[in-house]
Design a protein around this ligand. Structure first.
Ligand code: TXA
Ligand code: MG
Length: 341
């Protein structure tokens, strides 16, 4: 598929927009849509050609599998191998957290195309909690495979404008559902064949999952790549270099460097500005350092700093409890993955 232009951003609460998006999906064309975590770039999960277009639009390597989105948990039986689908832990998690920011990885049935799972014998599944995503799934009547709607490796989108900035002419239609409520991607848990392994910290706190199914195994970074191919590579790279500093650090601009600050809180900002700087752009994740609010602000703050015309971002760490774990995961990756736009 060549470039389609210009991109159209349609209101996600308009039934005609939902109908058009659903029609495009069913005819094999990817569309971008909001979820409660981040915006997704969706295609009919059972149509390998449509899914291939998603990989092409994102510039995503084929070895990195996609998450399949369902309108409700009952749809899982069609995609998941019988033994895994009958796992009582799955029921307990679905009952408690779906719709919501939890993705489970289970053994797949043959109906799921190999391109969706990058050739793995498992499939990642979630039921999103966003009225526009729900309306689209209902109207399309097919499971929707959707990665985050960004170019591969870049900062994830939490508004329709973020999607337009990165995917612009590559996607014909973006449904606008406003800013994403959670703001970081779903938590991914591997449950296949009785396992209980955390593949990605995300919008559902690990503590909440462990309350329901007991302790999760956390793989060593070296083995994570083989369990979850997409996690081995550099990710979340802002267009300007990002450096993670110590909480009490007072980073100073070098010569005529234009320095940006991503502060963890108002208090953190005061520390950094007291003896550091000068900062030509400052974003505060949450005035009181609250981890839920920090997660919701993270990607938008990074998008703003990217657009601020600065040379370097210094970011303060956040407390790793609850959603703070997902925020720190993304910041560490951003620090490791900086690449020029
Ligand atoms: O919140 C989210 O999960 C968003 C929204 C759009 O739903 N989606 C999202 O998709 O973050 P993506 O493609 O950016 O991340 C999917 C993650 C990757 O780390 C991928 O490697 C992992 O899920 N994954 C997918 N299928 C897998 C499988 N069969 N086994 C292990 N990991 C898998
Ligand atoms: Mg992604």
């Amino acid at each position: 598929m060549g470039r389609v232009s210009p991109v159209r951003i349609l209101p996600g609460d308009d039934p005609t927009a939902i109908d058009e998006a659903a029609r495009r999906l069913r005819s094999g064309e990817p569309v971008a849509f909001p979820t409660e975590t981040v915006y997704g770039l969706g295609a009919d999960a059972l149509d390998p050609v449509a899914v291939a277009r998603v990989f092409a639009i994102k510039g995503r390597p084929r070895f990195d599998p996609l998450i399949v989105h369902l309108a409700e948990a009952t749809g899982l039986d069609r995609l998941a191998e019988a033994e895994d689908a009958a796992d009582p832990r799955l029921d307990a998690l679905a009952e408690r957290f779906w719709p919501g920011p939890l993705t489970v990885v289970v053994r797949k049935r043959p109906i799921v195309p190999g391109i969706v799972t990058a050739g793995l014998d498992t499939v990642a599944i979630r039921v999103p909690d966003h009225p526009v995503a729900q309306a689209l799934l209902a109207a399309a009547g097919v499971p929707i495979a959707a990665p985050s709607a960004n170019r591969f490796g870049r900062v994830s989108p939490t508004t329709a404008r973020h999607v337009a900035r990165q995917l612009g002419e590559r996607v014909a239609l973006i449904l606008d559902g406003g800013p994403c409520r959670i703001g970081v991607e779903s938590t991914v848990v591997l449950l296949a064949a009785g396992q209980a392994t955390l593949l990605r910290p995300g919008g559902l706190a690990v503590e909440a999952i462990e309350d329901v199914i007991g302790p999760l195994t956390v793989p060593e970074p070296a083995t994570l790549g083989s369990l979850s191919p997409g996690r081995s590579t550099a990710h979340y790279a802002p267009a300007v270099p990002l450096e993670l500093v110590r909480p009490a650090a007072t980073p100073v601009a070098r010569d005529d460097e234009r320095l940006g600050l991503l502060a963890a809180s108002d208090a953190g900002r005061r520390v950094a500005e007291g003896a550091g700087g000068p900062f030509v752009a400052v974003e505060v994740l949450a005035p009181d350092g609250d981890p839920v609010r920090s997660a919701a602000r993270l990607f938008d703050a990074l998008h703003r700093l990217e657009a601020a015309g600065i040379d370097r971002i210094v970011a303060q760490p956040v407390d790793e409890a609850g959603l703070g774990r997902a925020v720190m995961d993304r910041l560490r990756r951003a620090a490791r993955a900086t690449m020029p736009m």
